[in-house]
Design a protein around this ligand. Structure first.
Ligand code: G6P
Length: 443
């Protein structure tokens, strides 16, 4: 019997409110990326959301008139058999856990965010063991498939998967570089295809080292534009506090919106503390937004992605994901910014560690384009965050309290060893249910 034609994609965390965006991306690209089956997988707690999102996905595909089958299941192993691509977009502990990641650090006067600092550490501790389990299942059930992870903290998760999983076809994806490119193209009034940015760094700590329009270096002009308060590039989930213009000009490198946590710690913390008091931390806002989105998704008349989804920070994630899948499938050899194994691309970061860099995407996966040394002005912070990610990954895999305490204390957003220990202990207790590696069941 001939093998089936077309692609089989499995999306784990398929009940996510972001799924309609992914489905829209697949529909748009159907001619170049003929998806035979899209399997949306979730867990028991996500059953209702999976049903709602799954039915919307089926209506979207019907409207598009393409022969893409959308299957819904709670049986992950059944779905993984024969997959070509597996995308992961899970949230262990759901949004209530994110609320704790944000509110507990703020209660102690430090930044609470789902990918940085104490919150990022705990999201990683909950998520990494689950992603490793998925990767091991893939090794058994679909060893040739690519694992494409969007789950945050994407940098730390990719680091852990690359180091500790026996499945090696792993790529981390984030919408941030795509988002920055779109914003800068708009600012310059040029087409996206004319713009090239040399991205390098880590996830949520990526830099634009050079910007070109049609091959001409326009970095200084872009920095000039970005240093004006009216031209701030940020995401829905990060307050647009404007950059100090002289600092940006002296640096001469494009920063990403998440750099604000490190270079504008005080201002961002003030914003977050305000939100903490009002009950409007990002997680709380997103929880309300999600409830509204699911109400919309339930409407049997709805058969497109509703524009309200663009209020989420992850807008354009589907472009990043679908472009990657299509380029591997079609051996496009185009350039995309991805989280991959460094393999010498950035000097001074271990070869086996994850970095976010421009890659050439081939049928054998993304190949990082050599960067060399990062500029001295940004290298220090990158090294510190890489150390944090490595120690945090080790803590997630081993369940070592000492490693978790070290990760927390060396994080630049945690200002003292005393606070680190207090926050760590409180968060371990609060997330106990989702941290079996730290609380093994007594027999
Ligand atoms: C940005 C980041 C994503 C993150 C999202 C959060 O887009 O790049 O990694 O998931 O923001 O958005 P949210 O709407 O959940 O706050």
């Amino acid at each position: 019997m001939n093998p089936p034609t077309g692609v089989k994609i499995v999306t784990i965390g398929g009940g996510s409110s972001y799924t309609p965006e992914f489905v829209e991306g697949l529909i748009k690209r159907y001619d170049e990326l003929p998806v035979r089956e899209l399997w949306l997988v979730d867990i028991e707690e996500g059953r209702e959301k999976l049903e709602i999102v799954g039915k919307l996905a089926q209506r979207m595909v019907k409207r598009a008139g393409i022969p893409m089958k959308v299957c819904l299941t709670l049986n992950r192993k059944e779905a993984l058999v024969g997959a070509d691509f597996v995308t992961t977009q899970i949230r262990v502990g759901l949004l209530d856990a994110r609320i704790k990641d944000e509110r507990i650090p703020l209660k102690h006067g430090i930044i609470g965010q789902e990918t940085n600092g104490a919150g990022g550490l705990f999201k990683g501790l909950r998520t990494i063991p689950v992603l490793l389990e998925i990767a091991e299942e893939m090794q058994e059930l679909c060893p040739d498939a690519w694992l494409i992870n969007f789950t945050n903290p994407a940098g730390m998760v990719t680091e852990a998967l690359l180091r500790y999983s026996s499945h090696k076809k792993i790529v981390g994806v984030c919408n941030l570089p795509v988002h920055m490119k779109i914003s800068i193209a708009k600012l310059l009034g040029v087409q996206l295809e004319e713009l090239q940015i040399d991205f390098a760094g880590l996830n949520h700590l990526v830099h634009g080292l050079n910007v070109y329009v049609d091959g001409k270096n326009v970095t200084h002009h872009v920095i000039d534009l970005l240093s004006r308060p009216e031209n701030q590039v940020t995401m829905r989930n990060i307050a647009p506090v404007p950059w100090q213009p002289d600092f940006l000009k002296a640096l001469g490198i494009l920063l990403c919106p998440y750099h604000r946590y490190y270079f504008k710690t005080k201002e961002i913390l003030e914003e977050e503390l305000e939100a903490f008091k009002k009950g409007t931390t990002r997680a709380e806002v997103v929880k309300r937004l999600e409830a509204d989105l699911f109400e919309l998704y339930k409407n049997p008349e709805l058969d497109i992605k509703p524009p309200q989804l663009e209020k989420r920070g992850g807008a354009y994630y589907s472009d990043a994901a679908c472009n990657l899948i299509s380029s591997i499938y079609n051996d496009k050899q185009d350039i995309q910014t991805l989280n991959v194994q460094n393999q010498g691309a950035i000097t001074g970061i271990p070869d086996e560690s994850a970095v976010e860099v421009n890659c050439i995407v081939t049928k054998d996966g993304p190949k990082p384009i050599p960067v060399g040394e990062l500029p001295v002005e940004v290298n220090g912070l990158v090294q510190q965050i890489k150390s944090f990610e490595r120690i945090a990954s080790e803590a997630a895999v081993t369940g070592s309290y000492e490693k978790a305490l070290l990760a927390m204390t060396i994080n630049p957003l945690v200002p003292s060893d005393e606070i680190a220990k207090k926050v760590l202990d409180e968060m371990l207790e609060a997330h106990k249910e989702y941290l079996p590696q730290f609380f093994p069941k007594k027999v």
